[in-house]
Design a protein around this ligand. Sequence first.
Ligand code: ADP
Ligand code: MG
Length: 696
Amino acid sequence: MNRLRNTDIKFLKGIGPARAELLNKQLGIRSYYDLLYHFPSNYIDRTTIYPISSLHGEMPAVQIKGKFITFSIHGEGAKTRLTGLFSDGTGTIEVVWFRRIRQIKDAYRTGNEYILFGKPTEFNGRWSLVHPEIDSPSSVTATQGLRGVYPLTETLRNRGISSRTIFTWVQTALSATLHIKESLPENIITGLNLMPLRDALVNIHSPKDNNTLQRAKLRLKFEELFYLQLNILRYSRRRTAALNGFRFPRIGHYFNTFYTQCLPFKLTGAQKRVIKEIRADMGSGRQMNRLLQGDVGSGKTLVALLCMLIAIDNGTQACLMAPTEILATQHYETISQMVAPIGINVKLLTGSTGKKQRDIIHDQLEDGSLHILIGTHAVIEDNVQFRNLGFVVIDEQHRFGVAQRARLWKKNFTPPHILVMTATPIPRTLAMTVYGDLDVSVIDELPPGRKPVETLLRYDNQRNAIYQSIGRQLKSGRQVYIVYPLIQENEKLDLRCLEEGYELIRETFPMYKVAYVHGKMKPSEKEHQMNLFACHQADILVATTVIEVGVNVPNATTMVIENAERFGLSQLHQLRGRVGRGDGQSYCILMTKYNIAKETRKRLEIMTSTTDGFLIAEADLKMRGPGDMEGTMQSGIAFDLHIANLATDGQIIQLARGSAEKILDTDPDLSHPDNLMLRPQLSAIFEKTIDWGRIS
Ligand code: ADP
Ligand code: MG
C-alpha cells in the first residue's frame, strides 16, 4: 500500500512529468494510489447498446453504436461549434462539440464505426449529444461489463484528457501492480465477507455487473469509514484515558431539596434518562464530554440545572455559557428564579456588566461563594477565575469555536465536566463521526401537553388573508414574528426586501408597534429591538435569522417566514421553534411565490407534515448532503471522503464503528501482530486531519 502511495504518477506509462503535474493540480492525483482511488462518478454499461430509435425522455447516459454521416462547423470565434450527424440505421442524433474542434474533426471520420457514450437530450423531437465519450468498437470488445466514467475538470478536457484516458491509465496502473497489499485485517475481511482490496479496486473501475460493483463499493466505503472511526476512537480513548476528571459521587442537599420541593413540573422520561447518563459520567472519575441534543422546547435547561446542582453538591462551581446576551439573560432569569428558594447564588456576566458588579462576581468566584455563573463569551476572559469549576454547560454549541471552548477547559487543574447543548438535531450516525469524541445524549420527547405548531405553505397571492389572521392574533394580545432571508450573496437586495417588508407591515398594522432587527445592526441596537419584543412593548418583530437561536417569547404565537424556499430545512425548523412556546395554538406560515420547483415544494412539505427535528434533519441531510450540515463544514470530513457518504451510509458507519471498537477494546495500541498493519495506513490517511472529532 505504501509503495502505491510513494510511486509518483509520472512513472506510469503514458503520463510523464507534464501530465503528472496537470493531474496533480487538477485532481490532486500524485501517486498510483491517488489514481486508483480516483473513483468513477458514473459507469458506461458496455453490455447494452441502445438503438437511437429507442431513446426516450429521462434516460441516463447510454451507449449507441453507428457512423458519422456528415460533420459541419457553425458560428465563429468563441461561438464556434462542430456538429456531426450520427446514424445507427434506426435513427439519427446530432453530436455537438464546443471545444477542441480541430482535433476532434481530425480524429473521427465519416463512414467508420464508433461507439458513443453520453446523456442524450431531446429538443423539438430531435436528439443531440454534447461532448460524448467516443470509442472505436475494436477497443471496446477487449473487456466486457461496466466501465468507469471519471470526474474531470474543464482544463483537463481542453488538454485532451478524457474520461477514457483516465480509465486507460487506471488499467495500466492496475496491471503494473499485481500485488496490492490488503489494507484491512484478515478477520474483518472474512468476518464481514468483504471483497479483498485488489478485487475491489479492479471492480470499482470496471465491474462485470452491478452486483459486483455494489460489493466493491461496500468494501471501499467500509475501509474508508473504518479508518475514520478507528482514528476518532483511538484519539478520544487516549485522551479520556489520560485525563482524570472530577468524581462526583454524591447527590446532596441542593439537588434533593430542589428535586423534592422546587421542581416546577414532573420530568419527562427522556429528561430522567439523560440526567442518569450524565450522573454516571460524573461519577466515573473521568472527564465528561457530552453532547446533549434535544429539540427546541424539549427542556434542556432544566436538565442542565439539575446537573449543575449535582456539581455544587460535590463542592464545585458551575458555569453556563450562551452565545448571545439575550440568551444568557433569559437563562439567568429562569434559573435564578427557580433556585432562589434553596439559596443558590447565581450571577450574570456579559459584555455589558458594569465594573462594580464585575468586581463582586470576580470576588465571589474566587472565594467560592458564587455557585453558578451564567454569561456570554465574557465568562472565558482570562481574568475570570473560579475557585473550583466542576461543570460547564455550553448552550447552542455551534456558535462557539473549538478554541473558545478550550479556554474554559483550561480554567482548572482538573478539567471540568462539559455538557454541550444543541437544538440542531444531528442524525446520530453523523454526530458519531463529526463529534467523534463526544458522548451523545438525546432528549427525544417533548413535555406533555404541547400543541404542535401548525405549519402552512402559502403563496404571495394569499397575503391579504394572512394579514387578516395576523390581525386577529394581534387583537387577542398575541405577538408575531415576520422573518426575511438575509443571504450574503445578495445582501443588498435582501436588506431592501427586509426594509420594504418592515414598511409594509407598519402600514398594514398602524395601531401596533413594530420592532425591527437584523444582523447588520449594532449589537446594542439589536439588543434594544429584541428587548422591545421580549417585554411586549412591540407586537410584531420583523427580523432576519438572528432570532433563530433560543429566543423565548411564549406570547408570540405566529411566525411568517418570507421566501421560505431560500432557507434550509434545519434552519426553518430552528426558526419555527420560536413559536409554540406557550399555551396558545401557534402557527408558522411559509410564504413563497406561486411558481416553485417540484423539489422545493417537496422540501417545504416536509415542514408542513412534521415537527420532529430529527426527521427534518435526516431529510435535510439526504437532500443537501453532509457538506451543509452544522459541524461538518468546519471539520472538513465531508470533503475528504472519497466514496463514503455520511448522509446515506449510516449503516456502514455503524458497522465500521463496531469493528473499530472491537479492535480497540482488546488492543488499544494496535500492537497485536494482526493489527500492526493498521498503523502505517492510519498515519498515512490522517497526517493532516488528526483533529477530527475534537470538541473541547
Ligand atoms: P430547550 O430544550 O429548547 O432549551 P427549555 O429548556 O427552554 O427548552 O424548555 C422549554 C420549556 O419547557 C420551558 O418553559 C420549560 O420550563 C418547560 N419544561 C421543561 N421541562 C418540562 C417538563 N418536564 N414538563 C413541562 N414543561 C417543561
Ligand atoms: Mg434552550
